[in-house]
Design a binder for this molecule. Structure first.
Ligand SMILES: Nc1ncnc2c1ncn2[C@@H]1O[C@H](COP(=O)(O)OP(=O)(O)OP(=O)(O)O)[C@@H](O)[C@H]1O
Length: 367
């Protein structure tokens, strides 16, 4: 069997089992395990130096693992060279051949495979149409915009019908508006082709909007794997909660807990009680409460809903951000809560405000 054939029986199209890569004593990645299902868009998200590129390079076959296994369509490929793995790779800097025009760049993989001229012509024309490059076949890469170069790189990767496509910060070089437009294009192309995709990014919004599932990598290890909603709504650790989206991390004490909910004591002067929707916490124990910026309501009067947690505070900082403004509010023991409110800022520095949030808005973090 060659790597471009598909047995169709494996549970995962790409799977890492306990993958570790050492450089001397330093583990760039350690003990990483995950599987990517056929047709899935799987992102690897994390801060700089977290090990994202190392994972991608290992999957591509550009580096060997120190220990652990890599399986493609269920078969171990340790030692199988890059060109036999059936991968399409798109790097951040596009890596187009500068001396070839768009048509030849896209045709490259087919010509290497000795595909006949008429078929090359038909497939390149079709791929160009798919990524909206019609009519640009004769241009050189230097005559294209960043977005167009990105499309050439994508067309060049998909034209050989790879079983998996690997994207390394594919939209990182584009400005914000173009990046958002290209995200939508990339996602619809990926869905149309139903192509298994592994994407490395440090951009949390990009990962949340494109992915079926995300692995959060930090210091070479996996912090959490889950759907975008699971990662955002139920972060497994302080690191995930603060890396993905903005959140207040507050040290609190467990006041009461049953099977389904827990009451926590906020360290403000009123020892305000906060209820969360998770149970079986140990009474008296100190835990971390994660409270998303946008979960907190800021108003000039207390919340009308009796079940809401409510605290009084003073605005100490405002960052106007167009659609959303960020307020820093000092509550009455020196603790500062950060709040995101949409629309024009209705409060000024020094204003007294009421902060409130509904029962169940926060999360207890386990680590
Ligand atoms: N060839 C190498 N020799 C030694 N250390 C390396 C090598 N390649 C990577 N590393 C180290 O391994 C760690 C993980 O690197 P990696 O490039 O995978 O991170 P990353 O998450 O992709 O970061 P970035 O977002 O900055 O690209 C880093 O600390 C890096 O310095």
């Amino acid at each position: 069997m060659t790597m471009s054939e598909d047995t169709g029986t494996a549970r995962f199209q790409v799977e890492l089992r306990n993958a570790t890569k050492l450089y001397g004593d330093f583990a760039a990645i350690r003990d990483i395990s995950f599987g990517v299902a056929k047709g899935e868009f799987f992102s690897i998200l994390g801060p700089s130096g977290g090990g994202k590129t190392t994972v991608l390079r290992a999957i591509a076959g550009l580096i060997d693992l120190t220990s652990g296994d890599l399986l493609i369509a269920g078969a171990p490929v340790n030692g199988v060279p890059v060109y036999r793995r059936g991968m399409g790779i798109v790097f951040q800097n596009y890596a187009l051949f500068p001396h070839m025009n768009v048509f030849d760049n896209i045709a490259f993989g087919l010509r290497m495979r000795k595909v006949g001229k008429p078929e090359v012509h038909a497939r390149v024309t079709e791929a160009m149409a798919r990524v909206h490059l019609d009519g640009l076949g004769g241009r050189m890469p230097s005559q294209l915009s960043g977005g167009q170069q990105q499309r050439v790189a994508l067309a060049r990767a998909i034209i050989v019908n790879p079983r998996v496509i690997l994207l390394d910060e594919p939209l990182g070089a584009l400005d914000r508006n173009l990046r958002i437009a290209m995200q939508a294009e990339l996602k619809s192309l990926q869905r149309e082709l139903a192509i298994t995709t592994v994407c490395v990014t440090h951009d949390q919004e990009e990962a949340l909007s494109l992915s079926d599932r995300i692995a959060i990598l930090n210091k070479g290890g996996v912090e959490q794997i889950g759907t975008p909603i699971e990662i955002y709504e139920r972060p497994a650790s302080r690191f995930v909660a603060s890396f993905v989206g903005g959140t207040n991390l507050i040290e609190v004490v467990v006041h009461r807990s049953d099977a389904v909910s827990t009451e926590l004591i906020l360290p403000d002067a009123d020892r305000t009680l906060v209820r969360v929707n998770s149970g079986d916490a140990t009474v008296g124990r100190a835990v971390t409460l994660s409270l998303r910026y946008e979960a907190i309501r800021i108003a000039s009067s207390p919340s009308p809903s009796p079940g809401d947690a409510s605290v009084l505070g003073t605005v100490t900082n405002i960052a106007y951000g167009g659609s959303v403004s960020i307020f820093h509010v000092a509550i009455n023991n020196g603790l500062t809560l950060v709040v995101a409110a949409s629309g024009k800022p209705l409060f000024g520095l020094g204003d007294t405000v009421h902060l409130s949030w509904p029962s169940g808005a926060g999360q207890i973090l386990q680590s």
